[in-house]
Ligand binder design. Structure first.
Ligand code: DQA
Length: 149
């Protein structure tokens, strides 16, 4: 029916062992597996990309347009707070982006309170641990279905 691209930014490859009291015990593979199943139950396919490199995320966002994704779920991790290049890439494409964070960045250090990508995404879901991703996927699924009707 459609496809969703999930992009994970820097250090999210370490989920499971990285500060689990903040980010939880699920690994990135666990999260991707659950997201794939959630989408597949609605006939939607998923692709996953993780990178620690800003330019690779910019390239992937640009390519999402031509590859025909209906939605992008993006946890830009630390890049959220300062990457104008990622913000501009989101603004340059027509594919809607949902911004996701595992932690509630607003209850943490002040430098995490600002998201430079917030003005160019469709919306944000944050602070629910892995459920932030599942909430974002639920939104993507519903919106893609509505578009078909
Ligand atoms: C994060 C929050 C960011 O501030 C942090 O740099 C991350 C993960 C989250 O999912 O809570 O790497 O995006």
């Amino acid at each position: 029916m459609g496809k969703v691209l999930v992009i994970h930014g820097p250090n999210l490859n370490l989920l499971g062992t990285r500060e689990p009291e903040i980010y939880g015990y699920e690994t990135l593979a666990d999260i991707n597996d659950m997201l794939q199943k959630q989408a597949a139950a609605h006939g939607i396919s998923t692709d996953f990309f993780q990178s620690n490199h800003e330019g690779d995320i910019v390239d992937t966002l640009q390519q999402a347009q031509t590859k025909g994704y209906g939605f992008i779920i993006l946890n830009a991790a630390a890049f959220t707070h300062y990457s104008i290049a990622i913000r501009d890439a989101i603004a340059a494409i027509k594919v809607p982006v949902i911004e996701v964070h595992l932690s509630n960045v607003h209850t943490r250090e002040e430098f995490r309170h600002k998201s430079v990508i917030a003005p160019v995404v469709m919306g944000q879901i944050l602070g629910f641990g892995v459920d932030s991703y599942f909430g974002a996927m639920a939104v993507a699924i519903r919106k893609m279905k509505q578009k078909l009707n």
